[in-house]
Design a protein around this ligand. Structure first.
Ligand code: ADP
Ligand code: MG
Length: 294
């Protein structure tokens, strides 16, 4: 490839809303055969909203919302923002400030609110603390996840107290983007830290067959490495701090311009408007750019 043709391709990319780190990126893009897509914020909008609240027998919904909301208010995660905003709106009161707070990446949050030791996050976070859900909450959690919702289990003082439903929306263009990736001969794979049922519901909606769910942030890069070990040339598309390592390991890292700075820095290519349809456009551009010069 001549430098001039690659520079022209880079300029054309900018017009399409693709920021390319360097001209050589287009050469790599041409070889890609597998595209790993992060779920939250990449395939979905990541603008989550609090849905139903389920409580354990004898627990008041207002307490679940206040204690979970207070802790989540201290986390920047999209799930956390939805819970904190929803809790403040529904209780109609200011959330108390936690006296102690820890973010557990990919799992949830833990800390102390009003003297209670509170956990909020994936059921695994509670299970790790040897807290089991009563049957009514376990059932609610399973039904919500089956409908594609993210669920936040809430416990305090060693007991499970509630389950909150959080919903996200698939981006309007995601299904079309996946179809275009397939048409280019690329194999789409969904990768997420979210629960399997929610991940599969999103995958079905956009037409992806292969799903890696419940993957902890530190293990996302390992999923990419394993695909590479199978001889695949892998592109990763992500938006979160949690995706940065996987974006760096991938042969081609694509970040959402709407995402975290760490993701944008780790990527080779940035989709400025956060529109997934620009991903197949980038691959097409790389193929066309290199065709015209051979
Ligand atoms: P993703 O891979 O979908 O971008 P993460 O790895 O950041 O998501 O988180 C994986 C899952 O962990 C989320 O879907 C959510 O269920 C749970 N989780 C992470 N952080 C929080 C939090 N602050 N509160 C509640 N749940 C959380
Ligand atoms: Mg994400």
């Amino acid at each position: 490839a001549t430098p001039t043709a690659l520079m022209a391709g880079t300029g054309r990319g900018a017009q399409l809303g693709i920021l390319i780190k360097g001209p050589e990126v287009l050469e790599t893009a041409r070889r890609i055969d597998t595209v790993v897509l992060d779920k939250t914020g990449t395939v979905t909008t990541g603008r989550m909203a609090l849905g139903r609240a389920h409580t354990a027998p004898g627990t008041a919904e207002a307490d679940v919302l206040r204690l979970a909301g207070a802790l989540e208010h201290a986390s920047g995660h999209p799930v956390a923002r939805a819970v904190a905003a929803g809790a403040a709106a529904r209780t109609g009161a200011a959330l108390p400030a936690p006296s102690d707070f820890t973010d557990v990446p990919g799992l949830g949050v833990r800390g102390t609110v009003e003297g209670h030791h509170v956990l909020a996050g994936q059921p695994r976070l509670l299970a790790d603390a040897r807290i089991t859900l009563p049957p009514s909450l376990a059932g609610a959690l399973e039904r919500a996840a089956g409908q594609g919702r993210t669920t936040v289990a809430v416990a305090w003082d060693g007991e499970a107290r509630g389950v909150l439903e959080v919903s996200d929306t698939v981006k309007e263009t995601s299904a079309e983007a996946v179809a275009e990736l397939r048409a280019l001969g690329l194999d789409p794979i969904l990768l997420t830290g979210d629960n399997r049922a929610a991940a599969e519901a999103v995958a079905r909606e956009v037409g992806i067959d292969t799903v890696h769910a419940e993957v902890l942030p530190q293990d996302k890069a390992e999923v990419v490495r394993r695909l590479q070990a199978e001889g695949r040339s892998v592109a990763m598309v992500g938006d979160g701090v949690n995706d940065a390592a996987a974006l760096a390991v991938a042969d081609l890292g694509l970040s959402m311009g709407t995402g975290a700075d760490a993701a944008i820095e780790a990527a080779d290519l940035t989709l400025v408007r956060g529109d997934l349809k620009v991903a197949p456009a980038a691959i097409r551009l790389s193929r066309r750019t290199l065709c015209t010069i051979r």
